[in-house]
Design a binder for this molecule. Sequence first.
Ligand code: BYC
Length: 482
Amino acid sequence: MARVDYSERIPNNVSLADNRRLLRALEEWQPRYLDWWNQMGPDGFQARDVYLRTAISVDPQGWAHFDWVKMPEYRWGIFLAEPEPGRTIAFGEHKGTPAWQDVPGEYRGTLRRLIVTQGDTEPASVEQQRHLGRTCPSLYDLRNIFQVNVEEGRHLWAMVYLLHAHFGRDGREEAEALLQRRSGDSDKPRILGAFNERTPDWLSFFMFCFFTDRDGKYQLASLAESGFDPLSRTCRFMLTEEAHHMFVGEAGIGRIVQKTVELMRVHKTDDVRRFGGLDLATIQRYLNFHCSVSLDLFGSEISTNAANFYTAGLKGRFEETKKTDDHLLREATYPVARPAGDAITLVEEPALTALNERLRDDYVADCQRGVDRWNAVIKKHGIDVELKLPHRGFHRAIGNCAELRVSPDGRVVGQAEWDARKHEWLPTPDDQAYVASLMVPVVEPGKFAGWIAPPARGINSQPVEFEYVKLSVRAGEEGRRG
Ligand code: BYC
C-alpha cells in the first residue's frame, strides 16, 4: 500500500491496526517520544507554525505534502517502501535465497545492534541542533533546520518500529534506551563519536548536513541492501528524506562560499571578516573537522564486524545489486590506506574485511563532487583558491591512523609539527568566537544574515521571501508554549 493512513493515531503504511499488540506497544512509546521531543527538540519554537513537508505516500513521485504545522503536532509515523515481489538476498552466504520477513534467530543480536546504532544517531542529531533556531540566518533556513529535525525524529520512529515489531522485549528496551541517551552526556552518551560533538553554530550545522548526513546516506544505502526485508524497505524510504538534509548542507555551504567570494571581490581582500563574512581559511578548517569526524563513522579500515555483517547478508555494499562480481568476496582484495613510515600507502587486503574502507571510498568520492561544486562558485568569481577534502588519515580517532598525527595533505607528522600547525588545520578558539559572533538571528521574511547569500529559489515553488515560519504568537502564549 503506497499511501499512508492518516486516520490512525500513528500514521503508517504497515497495517498497524491489524496487529493490536504492536499498536499498543507503539502507542505507549509515542507519549515518551513526545516528552523527549519537547525536552530535547528545537528550543523555543514548538508553538510556531512551520511550513513543513509530510510524507503522504511512499511513491517516489508525489510522496510529500506541504503545510503549516506546529512541530509537536507533526504526524510522525511508519513508512516502508513498497515490497519488491520475490526479492532475494543479493550477497553473502545466503545469496539467492528469499529475503527474510522475520529476523533469523542466529542474527538477532547483530541485527538489533545495527538497528540500534542507526536509530541512535537520529535523536542525537536533533539534540545537537536544538539551540540553532535561536540564531537562524533567515526564516528560510529556520524552516529547513526544522524540516531536518522532524525527519530525523521520523527516522527514529522507523528504527523503533523495527525494534518493536521484530525484537520482542529486548527491542522495547532498546527503544526506551534510545530516548534515554543524550548527545555529549558523559554518563549516557550517544553511541557514535560524531554524535557527541557540539553543533554550536550554523557553519557547523551546514557542514554536519553535508558530511555527517552523507554518512547517513551511505550507511542507509548499505542497510537498504539487507536480506532482512523490513530493514531494507524502511531504509529505502528514509533515503528519500535524507536527500533533503544533504541538500541543506551543500546549498548552505555553497551560499556561504558565494557570499564570501562576493565580499572578496568587492573589497579586494581575503580578509572578509572585516566585512562580516566568513573567510575561506575558516571555512576550510571547519570542513577539515567535520570531514574527519564523519570519516570515523565508517569504522576501522579492517573490520571483522563488517565482514560478518556482509557474509550474513545483513549489510551490503553501496549499490550492491548493481555490482557484477560474485557478491561473496571470498577471494577478492581491496586497496586499503595504511601508514608506512611517514607516508600513508595503499595495501591490498581481503575485500571482505575491507568493506568499511570501500564504503568510505564511495563516500569520499561523493563528498568530492560537492566540494567541486563549491569550488566552481569560487572559480566563477575569478578567485584562485580551492577548498579541499583533508586526507583520510587527518584527525582520525578510529582506524589505522587513530594513533598518528597526519596533516591534511597526508603526511605523518610529529607531535611538534602538529602542535605548531594545528591552528591552520582545525577551527581555533578564535574562529569559534568569530563564528559565534555572527550568529545573530535574522527573522524578517526575505532577509538574510550578512555572511550567507540567499538561496536561488524557495521551498516548494514558494518565493524566497515567503514567511516559512510564523513567529508571531498571541500575547501570553510565548511563555507557556514557546
Ligand atoms: N564511534 O569494526 P569496527 C546517520 C566501534 S549516520 C564510536 O571498526 P564496524 C545520520 C564499533 O561499534 C549513519 N564507536 O566498525 C547522520 C565496534 O564496537 P565493538 C549511522 C565506533 O562495527 C546525520 C568497534 O568500534 N548508521 O544516519 O565495522 C544525522 C570496532 O568497530 C565508531 C550506521 O552507522 C565510532 N565512529 O562499523 C542523523 C549504520 N566506529 O564491536 C543520522 C549502522 C566504530 O568493539 N552501524 N566504533 O563493541 C554500522 O554499520 C557499524 O556499527 C559502524 C561501525 C559502521 C558504525
